[in-house]
Design a protein around this ligand. Structure first.
Ligand SMILES: [Zn+2]
Ligand SMILES: [Zn+2]
Ligand SMILES: [Zn+2]
Ligand SMILES: [Zn+2]
Length: 357
């Protein structure tokens, strides 16, 4: 907003979250009704402005059109990966070293013994509960007459500690017409060890549901696992797996990690910008994608946000917060009071830490 036109009135009608200013209080009320500002939005550590995504926060702090005061402080002691502001340039240096992760490519030599790795277990008592959060990624080969149809050729599943739970080559239901060797590294002969798609599907599905019938899986509680990944719709469709969206944490669809234009970022981009290393160069291993998605998830999950009893706009308790009959009441509220009753329209992953899974 252009500050030259700031008057007492527009200052009063300034959104307490994004700092947009309005000539009339009813316009601010309208704005609050559709903005879903909340404590879960990425927030500038300097001026406390709320942003819709980390990308817009990055623009606010670094550019191309930064806010000057914030830019200067951030340049001095802000972490360029997680966008936190530290106490001093020195603590920034120490923090940023830990915040920047490195890739695992080539370290383990996983390619040399790419047989079936299968540690899938389900059910049981507390001791055999297994990991509660798992990440999944596939690599696609081509089917159809022109090889453009995506078929799952490899799949990998890891736990929170980046250990492989399951990986194998997959034998699709229809013939592979293009192995896409340059990116998948796959050759026809590797499929001698491949598992049939139907078997892979059943194993992974059973593992995720962990003994719970799929129709009883709730967002919180229960034994079913949280599934992390990037663009999971596509991966799950290629494996013919169905899984409830309440248990899915998709880095391609999580609003704070999306572009300002509300389109998804690529996993390669997110890994480079938020974790500080490169993936998907040359031949790609689904393990690297699993690790990157899991690390992004962990970073989002461990954010410290205020814990609210009813954190979502969709929680029934919040339904009347901005209902029309309160218009006159809302217009008498201060911008801060309005922000206080505003709730998020997406499930922030920090809630996976603050509530029991
Ligand atoms: Zn706002
Ligand atoms: Zn949060
Ligand atoms: Zn700022
Ligand atoms: Zn950081």
């Amino acid at each position: 907003m252009d500050c030259r036109f700031e008057t007492a009135e527009t200052r009063r009608n300034k959104c307490a979250a994004c700092y947009r200013q309005f000539n009339k209080v009813e316009h601010l009320v309208e704005h609050m009704k559709i903005s879903y500002h909340s404590v879960h939005e990425p927030t500038c550590g300097i001026c406390r402005k709320h942003c819709r995504s980390f990308e817009s926060l990055r623009e606010h702090l670094i550019g191309p059109l930064p806010k000057q005061e914030c830019r200067e402080i951030f340049a001095n002691r802000g972490c360029k990966f997680c966008l936190k502001v530290l106490d001093s340039p020195n603590s920034r240096r120490i923090h940023q070293q830990k915040c920047q992760l490195s890739g695992l490519n080539g370290i383990s030599g996983r390619f040399s013994n790419m047989g079936i790795r299968d540690n899938l277990t389900t059910g049981g008592g507390a001791t055999t509960r297994g990991p509660q959060v798992v990440a999944l990624a596939c690599k696609m080969v081509g089917g159809g007459s022109d090889g453009s149809l995506d078929l799952c050729g490899r799949v990998c599943l890891i736990d929170e500690h980046e250990n492989i739970i399951f990986q194998c080559y997959v034998n699709p239901l229809i013939p592979i017409t293009n192995y896409r060797y340059e990116t998948t590294g796959m050759r026809q002969e590797y499929l001698r060890d491949a598992m049939p798609l139907k078997l892979v599907q059943r194993k992974i599905q059973d593992f995720l549901c962990n003994g719970e019938p799929i129709w009883t899986i709730r967002s919180r509680g229960g034994k079913a696992k949280i599934l992390v990944g990037h663009g999971l719709d596509h991966d799950l469709a290629s494996l013919q797996i169905e899984y409830p969206t309440t248990k899915i944490r998709d880095t391609a669809k999580y609003p704070p990690l999306m572009k300002t234009s509300k389109l998804s970022n690529s996993l390669k981009y997110l890994t480079q910008v938020y974790l500080g290393y490169d993936i998907q160069n040359g031949i790609q291993d689904p393990y690297d994608d699993c690790v990157a998605a899991m690390r992004l998830y962990m970073r989002m999950k461990t954010q410290i946000h205020k814990i609210e009893d009813y954190p979502l706009a969709s929680d029934p308790q919040n339904r009347n917060n901005f209902a029309t009959w309160r218009q006159s009441e809302l217009e008498r509220m201060s911008p801060e009071q309005m922000l206080e009753i505003s709730r998020s329209d997406y499930y922030c992953w920090c809630m996976d830490s603050s509530y029991s899974l």
